[in-house]
Write a protein that binds this ligand. Structure first.
Ligand SMILES: Nc1ncnc2c1ncn2[C@@H]1O[C@H](COP(=O)(O)OP(=O)(O)OP(=O)(O)O)[C@@H](O)[C@H]1O
Ligand SMILES: [Mg+2]
Length: 329
């Protein structure tokens, strides 16, 4: 469904100078540096998959999405979406894809939501019966009824996002690109948008690619993740595999009573992958494989050697695994 091969995007960044004189100088300067926003990216996404495309700020996520939606042309390499090269076939491609950029709206600012939908019906040439049933379905799914006749500029962020999401699906696209679809939303609206995305992915077999900084989005929607850093892919795998990894470990954190010295890290005799001890100020943290060690043994070992003020037990979550991937690069 989506093929990305050697995809790269370079931006020329012209040198700027400070102050008024600098601004004038900047106008005539031709000095620039090159920023590789996306650098030799390769991946493949099958029909019906839901993929989380994640990375730190500035990693190149939006730039990749923009090339896959035809807004930007790559500097090298290519991508194909549903057999088409998006930036060479923008009009035909637009019929196959739906796009939501969480940071801005595709709706008409001064018109009611209803009118935006009517305009989109005409743009996409959607048959009357399809439009009616699709709209009915989306209004119900996303609760658009209460603000359907309100001008877009008067909508709250959450209402706007729900309307935007509905607008992206009217023409029944085969692929849905979502760039931070839950940014700035409250928990209830996030939940609504997430279950709507999942519903569309499951019932219509719509392929979904989404970027997000909220890993709960990934957990609840995606079957696969691609992690990028500095324009390059650093991890690709199924969310199920990731979950297996983070369900493997448990953490126990001991707070020591002051004045004790912990001499070394050899509290436990085991290979370092199975169990790790981190000593920091007045804390000892033990991370261990949950099926190899009993938590009671770990606790009694530490209690027999140190005076403890407090104990906390933590499950390792997706955040920790992803943080480790970000740090490992
Ligand atoms: N039009 C542009 N001109 C110059 N540089 C750009 C342009 N667009 C993006 N960049 C640079 O390319 C890099 C990648 O940007 P991009 O917006 O793709 O990141 P991102 O992963 O979406 O980040 P975020 O999580 O903050 O949205 C950044 O360093 C950014 O400054
Ligand atoms: Mg972005």
């Amino acid at each position: 469904m989506i093929e990305v091969s050697g995809l790269s995007k370079e931006f020329k960044i012209y040198k700027k100078y400070e102050g008024f004189k600098g601004a004038v100088k900047s106008l005539f300067s031709s000095e620039y540096s090159v920023k590789k926003a996306v650098d030799d990216m390769n991946f493949h996404i099958d029909e019906g998959e839901s993929v989380g495309y994640i990375g730190v700020n500035g990693a190149g996520k939006s730039t990749t999405i923009k090339m896959m939606t035809g807004i930007l042309t790559p500097s090298h390499g290519y991508c194909k979406v549903n057999g088409l090269v998006p930036y060479e076939n923008r009009k035909v491609n637009a019929k196959n894809i739906g796009v939501v950029f969480g940071q801005r709206t595709q709706l008409w600012w001064d018109l009611p939501v209803s009118e935006s939908m009517n305009i989109l019906r005409d743009i996409y040439d959607i048959p009357h019966a399809q439009f009616k049933s699709k709209l009915g379905y989306l209004k119900e799914l996303l609760g658009l009824g209460e603000f359907y006749l309100t001008p877009v500029r008067n909508l709250s962020l959450g209402q706007k996002m729900r309307a935007d999401f509905a607008a992206s699906l009217l023409h029944e696209p085969k692929v849905l690109f979502l760039d931070e679809p839950t940014i700035g939303l409250d928990l209830l609206v996030k939940d609504n948008i997430r279950s709507a995305i999942r519903h569309v992915n499951e019932t219509m077999k719509t392929t979904v690619i989404l970027t997000t900084h909220d890993l709960a989005d990934i957990e609840e929607i995606c079957s696969k993740i691609i992690v990028i850093d500095d324009g390059k892919k650093v991890y690709e795998g199924s969310v199920a595999d990731l979950k297996k990894q983070y369900n493997k470990y448990k953490l126990v954190k001991f707070e020591l009573k002051p004045g004790q010295t912990v001499s070394n890290n050899s509290l436990f005799n085991a290979s370092s992958d199975d169990i790790q001890t981190i000593v920091e100020n007045d804390y000892i943290t033990v991370q261990f494989l949950r099926d190899k060690f009993e938590i009671a043994d770990i606790v009694s070992t530490v209690l027999s050697k140190f005076q403890i003020r407090d104990i906390t037990i933590e499950e390792q979550g997706m955040e920790d695994i992803v943080k480790a991937i970000y740090q490992r690069k």
